[in-house]
Design a protein around this ligand. Structure first.
Ligand SMILES: NC(=O)c1ccc[n+]([C@@H]2O[C@H](COP(=O)([O-])OP(=O)(O)OC[C@H]3O[C@@H](n4cnc5c(N)ncnc54)[C@H](O)[C@@H]3O)[C@@H](O)[C@H]2O)c1
Length: 306
């Protein structure tokens, strides 16, 4: 299993580290446009191998795509992150150009690759990757919902005063502060609906805190977060590499599912060796449906800018 990660910055390096520590891939290639940067990160990470007990081989390269040839999975994290006060949508001008050229180069050297798009605005960048590469829809996956769901579970556990392992919940919709649709109705603590424990007001607060999860961290850190994004990407990579058939909310090209088409947006999917093996259509309440439709309209508006 060969995995390429383009962009050896905060998210890319964190993602490579988690993949290596989980020790399921034979090789991770880090690639970055900044001279020597990916080589340096790869060497530093390799020097943790004996300490962390993994055998994954990590190499780095400055934009030499021949080193990525034959990749099974490639993650695109190249691009600029937001600064405090910025929306993800404001990154489109620079990131669209980067994602376009990176996606084309990856597919040129690895025609069978499964692409995972992370760069923001992620839903639009995932849609752009489709337009540029023409890959089948099961082989282009946008990562956002897995991270937003992890943030949702963090806030739920905090409100419930419960261990996170006791909590479950999912966020669908667009990967933006306004577009996220946290499914509080379906959130549970060990199979018991969270609403049995929390008031409507407290659940609403969990929902609001989840939506601004990224912005809260960007304000604290001065740039966007990387540990949870890296871990979320590594979860998707592992589900594909190990053919786990796990359900994650991922941005995928819809063709009538949820009454939506011609856009990429977060919905639950089954991930396995073929990438997106199934789009799972769950029954949404009228309010959730309306929220998802509103979110889709926002994504389409951003798509119109590419
Ligand atoms: N989808 C999500 O859930 C999620 C979460 C966090 C961050 N992000 C996004 O991921 C992206 C990366 O964030 P980060 O914090 O790692 O940023 P970063 O600045 O730390 O790293 C980005 C790296 O991309 C490299 N790069 C730029 N253009 C390139 C090109 N053409 N080819 C190869 N490498 C190139 C840069 O040199 C840099 O090292 C941002 O767009 C950010 O908004 C998405």
């Amino acid at each position: 299993m060969k995995v390429t990660v383009v962009g050896a910055g905060a998210v890319g390096a964190s993602c490579a580290e988690y993949i290596a520590i989980k020790d399921f891939a034979s090789e991770v290639v880090l690639l970055d446009i900044k001279e020597g940067y990916a080589e340096g990160k790869a060497m530093d990470l390799m020097q943790t191998a004996s300490l962390n007990g993994f055998d994954t081989k990590i190499t780095g390269s400055t934009s030499d795509y021949s080193k990525t040839a034959g990749s099974d999975i490639a993650v695109i994290t190249s691009g600029i992150p937001r600064k405090p006060g910025m929306t993800r949508e404001e990154l489109i001008g620079i990131n669209a150009g980067i994602v376009k050229s990176v996606a084309a180069s990856l597919v040129e050297h690895s025609p069978n690759v499964i692409l995972i798009v992370v760069s923001n605005p992620m839903d639009t960048m995932t849609y752009l990757a489709h337009k540029v590469t023409g890959l089948p829809k099961n082989r282009i996956i946008g990562m956002g919902g897995a991270l937003d769901s992890a943030r949702f579970k963090y806030r739920l556990a905090e409100a419930l005063e419960a261990p996170i392992s006791d909590v479950d919940g999912m966020v669908i919709g667009g990967h933006s502060d306004k577009g996220m649709v946290p499914l509080t109705r379906l959130a549970t603590r060990n199979s018991v609906p969270a609403s049995e424990f929390l008031s409507e007001e407290r659940l609403q607060q969990v929902l609001e805190d989840t939506k601004v999860g990224g912005a809260t961290l960007t304000k604290l850190l001065g740039t966007s977060a990387w540990y949870a994004p890296g871990a979320a990407v590594s979860g998707l990579v592992q589900a594909i590499a190990c053919d786990q058939k796990k359900i994650f909310p991922c941005s995928t090209l819809l063709d009538g599912e949820y009454g939506l088409s011609d856009l990429c947006i977060g919905v639950p999917v089954v991930l396995g060796r073929n990438g997106i093996e199934k789009i799972v259509e769950i029954n949404l309440s009228d309010a959730e449906k309306a929220h998802l439709e509103e979110s889709a309209a926002g994504v389409k508006k951003t798509n119109s800018l590419i």
